[in-house]
Design a protein around this ligand. Structure first.
Ligand code: ADP
Ligand code: MG
Length: 623
């Protein structure tokens, strides 16, 4: 999430008419909407003065969906028809979520493991895009009532780790709600914008965002009002919810061995537990009463129960520092974002790790929405004089499959977007007219360890010898993090293009896992890569010798040919045995053995060419 501040050359003075645009923090747990009200960007509250809107939608039999606070009772009374944490379903497949305990109260339609999960509710089938659209509609209505006018555009924030599918579905939800998306903005980026308003510090900033369901940590470098992202990290399945679960387990154990709770009782107890968790952020103990039993909780109890979760957040901070090759004492500010950073146990751990107090002057609930509101105001054109563009980074490397099922990375992870990068590839076989392109995402060296995003083909390559065709593959990631890939054969201009919109996204935590795996397997991957490359090189040599034998076999004595064939057979065995050293040795041996044959062929072709038979081979021989 590099934040680049780019002044618009020759910017015009502010437009006379103030256009209505809002920033929306579409959270897993809570959502907010913010807009510029005169000089300042403020959170727009509902009629009761609540600025948070629970991201909850309840579907009854024949009424409009109930969203936000009004849906809270239904979350307890009617959990099957009341959708919570829908953000965790966005961009995922039924197969990924159907066995997940956290969605246990829902009935999913049997649509097939690879399709989007469809929730069966009293109001009919609802997919995650529709549920998200209902939340966005409710926020837009709130804004239009408060601002007394029609919205012309919205900026919606998404976690830094959201992949293409999740970003696309967020946009789809906005479209379904009838909203014009000016930009999707990464949440930490928005937080930095919010703080950039008051403090014009120089230095390195950590944005530590612990929400209800996700944890993002980002390292921004700030210079003269220009932010640049040095690294991002986090965990898509770590948040306040996990602290609820840990405290729930503690409460259940304090309640003693009781019989299984039904969904309704569980929901009731959960609400009490969350209340207690919030209380423990302000006082040293809390009490809850459940089924006439009183449970007393202390901050010490709580800290012990969540110790492991706290440690995980610090580990992610350490990794981000390592990615950026910075020391923790080079961090000047830590921005706290997300309701869960109110927990003293988190603030203390962060302060202790970095050796300084984190910034908490802006309400951690509001900071993302405020940043989005500022950005919306700029993008809609209310502030053209000092406009700036915000640029983000892509969270995982994007690349293409090459021979041997290896990955060639084209856009490395943490590259600032929008970005376009091109690389040239060539054909592997003589006369090849079709090239299959496989777009993958991830940090590992082998295709099977990365995530497949899309496959497509470039057809109509003019037949040439292997290695002669020039095919330029361009990866382009737009400002919303969506990828398109273009393949172009350079001599004819034949093109094929694909917009990558996978039907479902990564499972929660999967990005984190992929990053962890790439570090854990780096050594092993390098060995596998070296082996694959040796195998490919060896096979190419064998193919070349076979072709030469067919063409110019009469240049060889019978015995020479037998020796050559024996060496080929030996190398083929080495390839099959997958022994890197053996393959290299045999390749070397075959190269030596075939050297004389190659020299004879060259002499023959030069002789032919000089006699006017084939002028082209003279040129290519002299190359
Ligand atoms: P999201 O971005 O996922 O919607 P939020 O930033 O709104 O999440 O944070 C929601 C989380 O913050 C919930 O887990 C909630 O319990 C927690 N939270 C809110 N206030 C407090 C508090 N005072 N103490 C501890 N946790 C809190
Ligand atoms: Mg949040």
């Amino acid at each position: 999430m590099a934040l680049l501040q780019i002044s618009e050359p020759g910017g015009k003075p502010a437009a006379p008419k103030h256009r209505l645009a809002v920033g929306i923090d579409l959270g897993t747990t809570n959502s907010l909407v913010a807009a510029s009200c005169g000089q300042k960007v403020e959170i727009l509250p509902d009629d009761e003065g609540n600025y948070l809107m629970p991201s909850i939608v309840s579907y009854g039999t024949n009424s409009a969906p109930v969203v936000g606070h009004a849906a809270l009772p239904a979350a307890v009374e009617d959990p099957a028809n009341t959708i919570i944490s829908v953000k965790r379903l966005l961009g995922r497949s039924l197969g990924e979520v159907s066995d997940d305990e956290q969605f246990g109260q829902y009935q999913f339609a049997s649509t097939g493991v690879d399709s989007a999960p469809v929730l069966q509710t009293a109001a009919g089938d609802k997919n995650p895009v529709q549920v998200s659209a209902d939340i966005l509609s409710a926020l837009a209505q709130r804004a239009e009532r408060a601002l007394k006018g029609k919205l012309e555009g919205v900026v919606i924030t998404v976690p830094a780790y959201f992949n293409d599918a999740q970003r696309q579905q967020t946009k789809d939800a906005a479209q379904l709600a009838g909203l014009q998306v000016l930009r999707l903005l990464n949440e930490p980026t928005a937080a930095a914008v919010a703080y950039g308003l008051d403090s014009k510090d120089e230095g390195n900033v950590i944005v530590f965002d612990l929400g209800g369901g996700t944890f993002d940590v980002s390292l921004l470098s700030l210079q003269k009002g220009i932010f640049e992202v040095l690294a991002t990290g986090g965990n898509t399945s770590l948040g306040g919810d996990d602290f609820d679960r840990a405290l729930m387990a503690l409460v259940r154990s304090k309640l003693g061995a009781t019989e299984e709770l039904n969904h309704k009782q569980t929901a009731q107890l959960k609400r009490l537990v969350i209340q207690a968790k919030h209380e423990l952020s302000n006082s040293s103990s809390s009490e809850l009463i459940f089924n006439d039993q009183t449970v007393r909780l202390t901050v010490e109890d709580f800290s012990a129960a969540v110790q492991d979760l706290v440690r995980q957040t610090i580990t992610a901070c350490r990794r981000v520092l390592r990615d950026a090759e910075l020391d923790k004492d080079q961090i000047d500010n830590i921005v706290m974002v997300g309701g869960a950073t109110r927990m003293p146990v988190i603030r203390q751990a962060v302060a202790e790790f970095f050796g300084k107090e984190p910034l908490t002057s802006i309400d951690p609930d509001k900071v993302v929405a405020i940043g989005a509101g500022i950005q919306a105001d700029v993008l809609i054109g209310n502030k053209s004089a000092d406009s700036f563009l915000l640029l983000d980074v892509n969270p995982l490397s994007l690349g293409i499959e090459t021979m041997g099922e290896l990955v060639e990375k084209i856009i490395p992870r943490n590259t600032t977007i929008p970005v376009a990068r091109a690389q040239e590839f060539t054909t592997f076989k003589d006369g090849q007219t079709v090239m299959a392109l496989h777009v993958v995402q991830g940090e590992r060296e082998l295709v099977k360890d990365c995530r497949s995003l899309a496959r497509f083909e470039l057809r109509g390559i003019p037949p040439m010898v292997a290695g002669a065709a020039k095919i330029r593959v361009t990866f382009q990631v737009d400002a919303d993090g969506l990828l398109s890939v273009l393949a172009e054969e350079l001599s004819t201009g034949t093109r094929a293009e694909i917009q990558v919109k996978p039907s479902y996204g990564l499972g929660s935590g999967e990005i984190e896992e992929m990053l962890q795996a790439s570090q854990a397997h780096a050594q092993e991957d390098m060995q596998v890569r070296a082996l694959r490359e040796a195998q490919i090189e060896a096979q190419q040599l064998i193919d070349a010798i076979r072709a030469a034998e067919t063409q110019d076999g009469d240049l060889l004595e019978e015995e020479e040919r037998a020796q050559l064939d024996a060496a080929v057979a030996k190398l083929e065995r080495a390839i099959a045995d997958a022994n890197k050293n053996d393959i290299s040795e045999q390749t070397e041996a075959l190269n030596k053995l075939s050297g004389e044959f190659a020299a004879r062929r060259m002499d023959l072709h030069i002789a032919k060419a000089l006699s006017g038979e084939n002028i082209d081979s003279v040129e290519s021989t002299n190359d």
